[in-house]
Design a protein around this ligand. Structure first.
Ligand SMILES: C[S@@+](CC[C@H](N)C(=O)[O-])C[C@H]1O[C@@H](n2cnc3c(N)ncnc32)[C@H](O)[C@@H]1O
Length: 327
């Protein structure tokens, strides 16, 4: 477990949470523990670190030794935070952080299969459990595969890519990241000389990763859970890395603060008629990293931070039965 992860937008995230002594915070995406460490160093608070990756939890156990009982790790998914915390008799907290996606630890380890810069098995499971991306690309029916690549990668060549995958796997199962990346690249026209384009495989890899980990369903469930768990005045900070995630966070915060599309004053019986706002947005626009951060850490380039403060209104989801899943 070598390597490291440089926390993105760290100062802005911690400033948004505004840590206080005796308060309880949840770092729902512990990763390398950069946010947890900063919270614990900023105030005499306690932190529950959650990660679905068992290797992240092992790193957390090491960090916990430094902080004298103030950091506790839970292995699990943040979409389940309410149940995970309930099993430790916690039913309300003062701040929740979500730093979405994968860590550098995961990307830089070829054996996890997240990257096509180095060859590795087609895996991409954050939790190291359940079906792999190899299972999806080798077993999913062509039309469904195209839908996954289109929906979660916003890939306009999705049908062509799915067809190429199905024809390659008819010869032999597709097993490696570079093999899949080459199949996808073969579906794209050669870029014009001098034009710097992103690698054509990027969107397909993003789509398969989001799908296999049900990342959008997790995000929706995590936001709903935050609404239930946060005390009045508690803060929610979410860092996202692509437009599909950011749209969900933005819609949630706008709706819950009474300024989203579903609360238009032209819509009779809008949601705020029934439900007073549960959040106040702290920034109307997403906070982006500055140039010095993106130079030092190119992975921060697409990061967007959205933050909101919980009001004392009852959660809109009270008594809800849907799970918000996507996969
Ligand atoms: C971008 S990294 C977080 C880095 C962390 N903020 C730091 O400073 O080191 C995202 C982490 O969240 C975890 N993760 C992603 N989705 C998750 C989910 N739904 N539930 C729990 N952990 C999740 C990943 O396994 C990964 O370790």
């Amino acid at each position: 477990m070598g390597g490291s992860h440089r926390p993105v937008l760290l100062q802005a995230v911690i400033a948004a949470i505004n840590p206080r002594a005796q308060a309880i915070y949840v770092d729902g995406t512990f990763g390398g523990g950069g946010y947890s460490r900063a919270l614990l160093e900023s105030a005499d608070c306690s932190v529950w670190g959650i990660d679905r990756d068992p290797e992240a939890c092992d790193r957390g156990a090491v960090l916990a030794e430094e902080f004298d009982g103030r950091l506790s790790m839970i292995h699990g998914q943040f979409g389940e935070i309410e149940n995970l915390l309930a099993s430790h008799n916690i039913d309300c907290v003062d701040g929740i952080l979500l730093d979405l996606g994968v860590s550098s630890f995961q990307i830089d380890e070829p054996g996890r299969g997240f990257s096509f810069q180095n060859d590795g098995p087609l895996d991409m499971r954050m939790s190291m459990e359940g079906p792999t991306v190899a299972d999806i690309v080798n077993q999913t029916e062509q039309g469904e595969l195209a839908d996954i690549i289109f929906r979660y990668g916003e890939e306009r060549h999705s049908r062509r890519i799915a067809k190429a995958i199905v024809s390659a796997r008819a010869k032999a199962p597709i097993s490696g990241t570079i093999e899949l990346a080459d199949i996808v690249r073969g579906c794209y026209p050669t870029p014009k000389p001098g034009r710097k384009a992103i690698d054509p495989a990027t969107r397909t890899f993003q789509a398969l990763r989001i799908y296999i980990n049900d990342e959008l369903g997790e995000l929706q469930r995590g936001l709903n859970a935050a609404e239930s768990l946060l005390n009045a005045g508690g803060r929610l900070a979410v860092v996202s890395f692509h437009s599909l995630e950011d749209r969900i966070v933005k819609t949630f915060m706008r709706d819950r603060s009474g300024s989203g599309a579903s609360v238009s004053r032209h819509t009779p019986q809008n949601d705020t008629d029934k439900n007073p706002p549960t959040f106040i947005e702290l920034n109307r626009r997403a906070v982006r990293p500055d140039d010095s951060e993106t130079v030092a850490n190119p992975r921060a380039r697409s990061a967007r931070l959205r933050t909101a403060e919980r009001t004392d209104a009852a959660p809109w989801n009270f008594g809800r039965t849907d799970s918000g899943g996507t996969a």
